[in-house]
Design a binder for this molecule. Structure first.
Ligand SMILES: [Zn+2]
Length: 304
């Protein structure tokens, strides 16, 4: 009985403590950016707030917004706060979420996610601003475009993404843009490929049609409420035509990146093999040259 009372006391205390923590958030205001954080994360909050403020105009303009809305960023310190702010459905290793219904970004501490928190902040900021642009209908934009834009503006495109699409192109396992909508149901390897394809698709759109294409597409989507029609209006291509062109782009521009996916042991075998092949080729050429030279000498002796 005593033990039960003790347990109850502990549970009550931990409950009160978790509630106290949530209400104990401090607010840092930097321009139109508000960062809600714990006392322990004051420095992190300054770093994130400054990074978001510095990059805000570029991303806001990039998605086509003219007004400057206030951005609310929450950085929970512990697990209870994270679960409280994310509804308890988002795993702790997740870098962050954009809560469209509450117009706020919740960032996981770098200690738990292992991801650079300021980069995650720009990724989530793009989701939030893109959602504003399409009148709070961000969830209707195809996921490849939404995720691809967030990764593009957070400058997340990396060699790892290039390796993934290169391998998928070789083994013919590229995911269709439509299937990327179901990314949350996929296992991590396939999900990673979906994210890689998404950022490469948006990067290609920008290379092909210029920097204003993301904003232009979103403006057309807002009026048409149909992404295929928006694509045709903005690019003259249907989604299907774009996807075909994108596949060709991946095969031509990313084909050799699979080589970067080999680990050091494969390279240890591969590099000497390349040298050996180069040496054999050189020796063959030298022999051919020697034979030719001898033949010319014989002919010269015959006819001299
Ligand atoms: Zn995202």
């Amino acid at each position: 009985m005593k033990f039960l009372a003790f347990l109850l006391l502990i549970l009550t205390f931990s409950f009160l403590e978790s509630k106290a923590k949530v209400s104990d958030f401090k607010v840092l205001t930097l321009g139109n950016v508000k960062v809600y954080h714990s006392k322990q994360d004051s420095l992190v909050a300054k770093k994130v707030g400054t990074f978001v403020l510095v990059n805000f105009d570029k991303i806001n303009y990039g998605v086509g917004n003219s007004q400057k809305d206030t951005v609310k960023i929450w950085i929970p310190f512990g697990e209870e706060d994270w679960n409280f702010l994310t509804g308890g459905k988002i795993p702790e290793w997740s870098g962050g979420i954009t809560d469209y219904s509450k117009n706020r970004i919740v960032l996981q501490s770098q200690r738990k996610s292992g991801q650079k928190i300021e980069k995650v902040a720009l990724h989530e900021l793009t989701h939030l601003l893109l959602n504003y642009k399409v009148a709070n209908a961000g969830y209707l934009v195809p996921r490849w475009f939404n995720e691809g834009s967030a990764m593009f503006f957070a400058k997340e495109l990396s060699v790892e993404h290039a390796v993934l699409v290169s391998q998928a192109a070789i083994f013919d396992t590229l995911v269709s843009l439509k299937s990327i909508d179901k990314v949350l149901n996929f296992k991590s390897a396939k999900a990673n490929l979906c994210y890689a394809q998404s950022v490469i698709a948006v990067d290609y759109l920008v290379r092909r049609f210029g920097k204003g294409i993301v904003s232009d597409l979103l403006t057309n989507f807002k009026t048409e409420k149909n992404f295929n029609k928006a694509m045709i209006n903005s690019t003259g291509m249907s989604l299907w035509q774009f996807e075909e062109e994108l596949k060709k782009h991946i095969v031509t521009q990313y084909f050799w990146y699979f080589l970067f996916g080999f680990d050091v042991y494969v390279w240890a075998f591969f590099v000497p093999l390349l040298f050996a092949l180069a040496y054999l080729k050189k020796r063959k050429r030298a022999k051919e040259f020697e034979a030719k030279w001898k033949m010319e000498e014989i002919l010269a002796q015959k006819f001299s």
